[in-house]
Design a protein around this ligand. Structure first.
Ligand code: GUN
Length: 281
């Protein structure tokens, strides 16, 4: 059996088309501020992509780069400045920050109304309560992709491998909320006999950052497998899933690159539009 490949580029394009049309109808131009600290090449590449995407849909990109030697206070005062700037609708502090700095404190400083990453405790709290609002981009991108391909979650068994605050935990919350209605397990590095847990999944999400962790023996025949892994290896970019082998077992599978990544970026634009509409209405 060959899995259906879920093309994140196609779905992301449909989200971007929607955002572009909505932005064009506004009386103002939404602004997205990006804050990049230090010289991590992966972070630079992510932020470059996010800024390019913003430009493509008519969102103004306001970019700030700080050296790795910057103090925590300087990062916080930049966030304060962006919070106070009326032209800024969304603020994204690219994580991780260099080791000497605290990413969590920087995110907590962002005005929750401008928290387009959906990572502020206020927005994560709303998510926990089942309220609408700004939600983390990768989990909402995954939900959007499932919806696009008509893959239902109601009553399904979902297994999320990984418990990060960026992906695993919020995704588990979203999959189990009313409306999505999946039965969710969260597996992680201490899970005993991972394969026996993941083989129960109708929808299996790998978000751990271990290249090739999920092989064909981890997958129930016909399952939908979502690969969130972005691992830089000697052989190039690798997901958490052994793509070729799992494609023989799964019913549907996301590639790396070209799967979840484009969706994360598209949902950032969607969140920026939403933040602008809410703030300026
Ligand atoms: N680093 C890796 N993914 C993300 C993300 O979605 N948002 C931010 N701010 N940093 C990240």
């Amino acid at each position: 059996m060959a899995a259906r490949i879920l093309d994140g580029k196609v779905v992301a394009q449909s989200v971007k088309d929607e955002v572009r049309a909505a932005v064009a109808s506004l009386q103002y131009q939404p602004g997205l501020a990006t804050v990049l600290v230090g010289d991590d090449p992966a972070s630079h590449s992510y932020v470059r992509g996010k800024r390019r995407d913003a430009g493509e849909v008519g969102i103004r990109s306001i970019h700030h780069e700080l050296p790795a030697s910057v103090s925590q206070e300087e990062v916080l005062s930049l966030v304060d400045e962006l919070n106070a700037d009326d032209e800024v609708d969304g603020i994204l502090v690219q994580l991780p920050l260099p080791e000497a700095l605290e990413g969590e404190a920087a995110v907590q400083r962002i005005d929750p109304a401008k928290d387009v990453d959906g990572l502020h405790p206020f927005n994560l709290g709303r998510l926990m309560l089942g309220h609408s609002g700004l939600r983390p981009c990768t989990p909402s991108g995954i939900m959007r992709m499932l919806d696009f391909y008509g893959i239902g979650t109601s009553g399904e068994q979902a297994v999320v491998v990984g418990r990060s605050f960026l992906v695993g935990r919020p995704l588990a919350m979203i999959l189990s909320e009313r409306g999505a209605d999946a039965t969710v397990s969260v597996a992680h590095s201490r899970t005993r006999d991972l394969a026996s847990v993941t083989r129960e999944a109708d929808i299996l999400v790998a978000a751990v950052g271990v290249p090739g962790l999920i092989g064909p023996d981890h997958v129930k025949p016909g399952a939908t497998v979502i690969d969130v892994g972005v691992n830089r290896t000697d052989g190039g970019l690798a997901g958490d899933v052994q793509f070729d082998a799992v494609a023989e077992v799964a019913g549907a599978l996301t590639p790396v690159p070209g799967g979840v990544g484009p969706m994360t970026r598209a949902m950032l634009l969607s969140n920026t539009l939403r933040a602008a509409q809410t703030r300026r209405s």
